[in-house]
Structure formats: C-alpha cells, structure tokens
Ligand binder design. Structure first.
Ligand code: ZN
Length: 280
C-alpha cells in the first residue's frame, strides 16, 4: 500500500526512497493527479529523516511522454488538491488561469523538486519528452539506459521551450538552441557527452546501477549532502539561472496567449512534423 494511485513509493535499501511513475499504459503521461501525487511523494521522502537519497524512476518502456494532453477539465481538477504556491486563480478568464496553472504545477513543482535538500537521482529509460524533461532535470544526477532519448518539441508546437527552462544549463548555449530549433531527439550517449546525463548503462543494468549509486551516496552524512547540494545549486543560481528562467516562463505564457488568439488553442497545431508525431 503506497497511498498513491499513479506511482509507487519504495524503500529498496536503507536510507533510499524510490518513487516510480506508474502509468505505463499512458507512457507515464503527466496529468494533474500524477503531478500532485509526485509532489506528495517527494515531500514524504524529504520529510522522512531516515531517507538520504531519492530515486525517481518509471515503469514501462518509456520514462514519460510529457504532459497528458488528453486530460479534460484540467483547470477544474486543481480544486482537488492543496496547492503549494500562492498564485491561484486557476479558473479565472483568459491567460490568467493558464499562467496560474503552469506557475503551480509546472515551473512551480519542478523548481520545488530541484530545491529538495536531499540528493535526487533520475533513472531514465526509453522516451522522455518535453514535460518529461521537467521531471528529470530537477534531479541532481541522471542515469540513463542505452535506449533513453530526450526531446523538447515545444518549438515545433509554437512555444519557445518547456516551462522549466533549464535548457542552457543542461546542454550549453549552442546545443540548447539547436535542440530547441530542430526539435530533434537527443540520444543518451549524446546527452552524456554534453554533461546532461551522468552515466549511460545497458537497459538491464539501469535499476541496479542507480541503486548502487544511491547506496554509495547514502553512506555519507545527510547534513553534509544537503550542504553540498545547496552550495552547487547556489553556484548555478549565481549565474542568473532563476531570473533567466522567469523570463523564459513569461515568454512561454506569451506563446500560449498568441496561439490561443490565432489558433484557438494553446499550441500551434501546424508545426508538429509527422516524424515527431510518429516517434512521440
Ligand atoms: Zn505551457
């Protein structure tokens, strides 16, 4: 009994919590419920003094297909949860409601998880698309299976990048631009070369390798781990990460508003190539 419907919560070793996305039939698409449950699971691990390291994994052949675009009444669904931010107004008119929702469950959650003071490790296999990046990028370490592939196809959909705009820090400036402009897949091997991924391992070794890494980290004093994470995150923020991300988020909202005015929907439906649709 995990207390969650869309994910599993495990303790595979002393001082290690493992959260597993468990909607494999939807390729772990992220609806409102999954995101709130994931936030709840991260909170549970963060608040458990016995947990030192948190693994985020996913059941099925693919890590995550991104946001669940089939979710109906997504804004009304926000009423079912205790919000973590104070922006609110999820059922307001026009751009206000969209910005509120994305501030809460996209950039808000991802930034919140990035700042959990315990080491987090993403364990990624198969495809990880757009919103999927917003689950793995907040983690401190990323271990990828050989078949892992990463994609942000938001530019193809008429938006300038996923809401948690960490691309420049994950990929470097030039590769960030190329990947956004082309909406091409990034292989696990290339992601490792760019420094976005720490290790690439055979698919069959993914869970074992990640757990061994978590156990090695869990041997260290928790307070020192927290301090090390805080210090590295502070170095990244001193580079202007947070303020650049807020600018990107505002531009992202502009794109949604533009698309709503021109196409009557949040995205531009004309730009998605058949190849991306097939692979996605
Ligand atoms: Zn958006």
């Amino acid at each position: 009994m995990t207390g969650f419907d869309t994910l599993l919560y495990e303790n595979p070793a002393p001082h290690v919590a493992r959260i597993v996305l468990n909607r494999p039939d939807t390729r772990n698409a992220q609806d409102t419920k999954l995101l709130y449950e994931l936030n709840g699971a991260f909170d549970k691990a963060a608040q458990d003094n016995d947990v030192k390291v948190i693994i985020l994994a996913a059941n099925g052949p693919h890590f995550s297909s991104g946001h669940d675009l089939r979710e109906r009444d997504a804004h009304a669904a926000m009423k079912d949860y205790r919000t973590v931010g104070t922006w609110c107004g999820f059922e307001c008119a026009g751009a206000e409601a969209q910005m509120a929702r994305e501030k809460e469950i996209y950039i808000g959650f991802s930034e919140r998880w990035r700042n959990i003071p315990k080491p987090t490790i993403a364990e990624v296999q198969g495809k990880c698309i757009a919103g999927g990046l917003m689950l793995v990028w907040p983690c401190d370490i990323i271990v990828a299976a050989e078949d892992a592939m990463f994609l942000d196809n938001t530019v193809a959909m008429g938006v300038g990048g996923a809401e948690f705009f960490n691309h420049p820090w994950e990929l470097g400036i030039r590769k960030a631009k190329e990947l956004l402009f082309t909406a091409d897949w990034l292989t696990a091997a290339d992601a490792e070369k760019l420094g976005m991924v720490n290790h690439v391992v055979p698919n069959g070794a993914l869970a074992g390798f990640t757990l061994a890494l978590a156990k090695k980290i869990a041997e260290k004093p928790l307070f020192a781990l927290k301090l090390a994470k805080e210090a590295v995150n502070a170095a990244q923020d001193a580079q202007g990460r947070n303020s650049a991300m807020q600018t990107a988020f505002a531009l992202h909202q502009l794109a949604h508003s533009h698309n709503m005015q021109v196409h009557g929907m949040l995205i531009d439906p004309t730009g998605i190539s058949p190849a991306v649709r097939r692979k996605g």
